[in-house]
Ligand binder design. Structure first.
Ligand code: HEC
Ligand code: HEC
Ligand code: HEC
Ligand code: HEC
Ligand code: HEC
Length: 397
């Protein structure tokens, strides 16, 4: 009997451990500084730039003087290890390599979102098309020549519970993108930003195991996919550092059929929990007018997202029927996030999304693409071309 008690205690202990381990761990001083002044500075983690340059939430990291300064400093590291460990044991996903830009992308090279090194003004030569020009990492995008996101439509976040990008009503942007906040992607689109998310991080166990976010909470964004307000998903614990067909993030998609055929959408789409909606918060036009039909259908006007991969009963079916094994190169989104990552793809059920083709942060390819688009040549086989993962009849066969 006693043995059973021990087993039960052990199991309860493990459950408790994993429950707590979902948020950041370690001594406060690993990450916070009380007076933006501390001596002697620990050279392993602290950035001395914080002295005289205090950061929000009393954070002890700084990279330059932008509002994204602390996020960039803590989430940066060497390209030799996309996951870095703080002295107290917290594992930090690295989104900015400060030493060099690798030649490739994907598992073993970059995490799921890609990396900011290619677009950075400090590491490379700021290749503007290869990443989001986040303030502090890169100067204004000189190719676009404007602060506006391509396809910008402020109405796409009108009435959004978590705040409107730019604060609303802006027809043009007046500043660069930031990690979080009113002009940012993560957290609330208000001054509150991600405030409170790190200590309330839900879903995966960092650097360990996959988990589905509960997609709840209006105090902070710890309960949403990667601190992206209202977005659902399944989080790979290793942020896809070692992704494969059976081990990866699961992205939320929906078969959105309404409000898809207007050039200037006056309201958000019916589903505001998808990863493509996150992109559309700033690039709304690319998500809205994809087809002239009420229910999106061929001929399309823009590459569809938040639409189904067609099944055999529909025209052009053969093309998509062969996509049955999940591809890290050109992934699909799910209408329901599975409890564990699935290696299957089901045409007729699964969804094409912005991240089927793009990375969120940056990549070595123009337009943050997941593969070399120049290598996509109709009539020629190329296992590294993501277009062929879905359009299986457009290569040599
Ligand atoms: C591994 C890094 C890390 C450690 C360790 C850490 N924090 Fe934080 N903390 C953060 C980050 C990052 C933020 C700011 C962003 C956010 O709120 O998500 C933050 C925000 C906060 C906030 C404001 C938001 C909130 O959740 O209320 C408080 C208060 C706070 N920390 C207290 C503490 C205390 C007290 C300790 C030690 C017992 C501690 N932190 C340890 C990283 C850490
Ligand atoms: C002091 C270091 C530190 C700072 C500063 C910091 N983070 Fe983090 N961040 C972490 C750690 C550690 C994790 C790993 C998640 C965990 O342990 O819960 C993390 C995880 C994340 C994640 C992934 C959450 C997930 O679901 O896995 C996002 C997104 C993020 N941080 C955004 C930000 C943003 C935006 C800022 C700036 C406002 C920021 N971080 C500032 C340490 C930091
Ligand atoms: C908070 C606003 C915001 C969100 C959310 C956002 N973007 Fe952007 N995006 C911008 C801005 C601003 C630019 C133009 C300047 C730049 O390159 O950073 C841009 C540029 C781009 C570009 C062109 C890059 C170039 O320089 O040529 C691509 C591709 C892109 N975004 C894809 C995405 C995808 C995919 C998502 C969703 C994962 C997304 N964006 C989410 C604001 C946003
Ligand atoms: C089928 C693949 C695919 C999907 C899905 C896709 N894109 Fe793109 N996107 C591309 C390619 C390829 C380019 C660059 C070349 C081109 O425009 O043909 C591009 C370019 C862009 C640009 C730069 C435009 C410019 O004028 O510089 C932005 C911004 C962008 N995409 C955002 C998005 C957003 C947001 C979504 C989801 C709503 C999305 N993309 C879905 C493949 C895709
Ligand atoms: C994740 C799967 C996926 C990927 C990757 C993908 N597509 Fe598509 N594509 C689709 C789906 C689904 C449709 C809509 C099919 C339908 O409903 O008839 C589509 C439609 C199209 C259409 C319009 C067809 C029409 O009938 O109007 C073109 C052109 C196209 N894709 C080109 C590309 C190119 C080029 C790439 C690579 C940059 C690409 N696609 C990558 C899934 C994908």
């Amino acid at each position: 009997m006693k043995k059973w008690y021990l087993v039960i205690l052990l199991v309860l202990g493990l459950v408790g451990y994993y429950g707590l381990a979902q948020a950041v761990i370690g001594p406060c001083a690993d990450c916070h500084t009380m007076h933006a002044s501390q001596s002697p500075w620990d050279t392993t983690g602290w950035s001395s730039g914080v002295e005289g340059n205090p950061q929000s939430f009393l954070l002890g990291f700084a990279y330059g003087t932008s509002t994204s300064s602390a996020c960039i400093a803590c989430h940066s590291g060497s390209s030799s290890n996309p996951i870095k460990t703080l002295p107290g044991g917290s594992k930090v996903p690295v989104v900015f390599f400060t030493d060099s830009s690798p030649s490739g992308q994907g598992p073993g090279v970059t995490l799921a979102g890609g990396n900011f090194c290619w677009v950075s003004k400090d590491v490379g030569s700021q290749e503007d098309t290869k990443g989001h020009n986040v303030e502090g990492l890169a100067d204004q995008d000189s190719v676009l020549g404007t602060y506006d996101p391509p396809g910008w439509d402020p109405d796409y976040t009108s009435g959004f519970t978590f705040g409107q990008v730019t604060g609303g009503n802006n027809s043009t942007w007046s500043q660069q993108l930031t990690c979080a906040g009113t002009y940012g992607c993560h957290g609330f689109h208000t001054d509150k930003g991600i405030g409170g998310s790190h200590h309330n991080n839900k879903g995966s166990v960092p650097a360990t195991s996959y988990g589905v976010v509960p997609a709840t909470g209006t105090d902070n964004c710890g309960g949403y996919y990667r601190f992206l307000a209202n977005i659902e998903g399944g989080e790979a614990g290793d942020w896809e550092n070692a992704a494969s067909s059976g081990s990866h993030n699961e992205y939320k998609g929906a078969n959105v059929t309404s409000n898809r055929n207007v050039e200037d959408p006056s309201a958000p789409p019916s589903d505001q929990t998808t990863i493509s909606y996150l992109c559309a918060e700033c690039h709304g036009v690319f998500h809205s007018r994809i087809s002239d039909q009420t229910t999106p259908a061929t001929p399309f006007l823009r590459h569809p997202t938040d639409t189904l991969l067609p099944t055999s009963s529909e025209p052009a079916s053969d093309e998509y029927n062969s996509y049955t094994s999940y591809s890290i190169l050109a992934p699909v989104a799910r209408t329901t996030i599975p409890d564990s990552p699935s290696s299957d793809v089901t045409p007729g059920t699964d969804i094409v999304m912005c991240l089927s083709c793009h990375r969120a942060h940056g990549s070595p390819e123009p337009d943050l693409l997941r593969w070399d688009y120049d290598g996509c040549v109709a009539g020629t086989n190329n296992a590294n071309c993501g277009c062929f993962v879905c359009h299986t009849k457009k290569d040599a066969d």
